[in-house]
Write a protein that binds this ligand. Structure first.
Ligand code: MN
Length: 205
């Protein structure tokens, strides 16, 4: 059973690699404390129903109704926290930013009007999320691209949508550097988006 216990993935870059857009202090706390805590709490919850270690966290989030009620909220929050942050680290890079090209870029332009319109819509949805949450580009269950935001660590998978990319708008993601100005963080974040990793997710839906 032990080998199935969920573990903290290593960052694919150093804690200071995304500076000046995201500081070393934020990255270190965010990964080694916040993400680690979601994983510990997820493992603690699943420990009450250890047969669930056999399933991927994604599968649990896609069908929360099959998770026993006594741990359902813990799995939603902490399983979501684990999956969301694992995606987040992978879809950022010190060599990120720039313009997206290719099939996803074409579909974004077709759906939102232009790449700039897409970014504006994404930033707006992230700014308007009241309290803690995430802003996402998803492939909806109807097969369309859409921008949406979720509260807490809720993952779009639980509503049948596939998350192509997402930005964390919890205060822990930006407050130490951007203070109360979430909009500045949302703008700066595009400089570290790893479009190759985003496209890979899009192509693997
Ligand atoms: Mn976070």
């Amino acid at each position: 059973m032990d080998k199935k216990i969920h573990t903290l993935p290593e960052l694919p870059y150093a804690y200071d690699a995304l500076a000046p857009f995201i500081s070393k202090e934020i990255m270190e706390l965010h990964h080694s404390k916040h993400h680690a805590a979601y994983i510990k709490n997820l493992n603690d919850a699943l420990g009450k129903h250890p047969e669930l270690f056999e399933k991927t966290v994604e599968d649990l989030l896609k069908d929360l109704d099959v998770v026993p009620e006594d741990i359902r909220m813990a799995v939603k929050n902490n399983g979501g926290g684990h999956v969301n942050h694992s995606m987040f680290w992978e879809t950022m890079s010190p060599k990120g930013g720039g313009e997206l090209t290719g099939v996803l870029a074409e579909e974004i332009t077709k759906t939102f009007g232009s790449f700039e319109d897409f970014k504006a819509k994404f930033n707006d949805a992230g700014a308007k999320r009241f309290g803690s949450g995430w802003v996402w580009l998803v492939r909806t269950k109807e097969g369309k691209l859409n921008v949406l935001s979720t509260a807490n660590q809720d993952n779009p998978m639980s509503e049948g949508h596939f998350p192509i990319m997402g930005n964390d708008v919890w205060e822990h993601a930006y407050y130490l550097q951007y203070k109360n100005v979430r909009a500045d963080y949302l703008k700066a974040w595009w400089n570290v988006v790893n479009w190759q990793a985003v496209e890979k997710r899009f192509n693997n839906i």
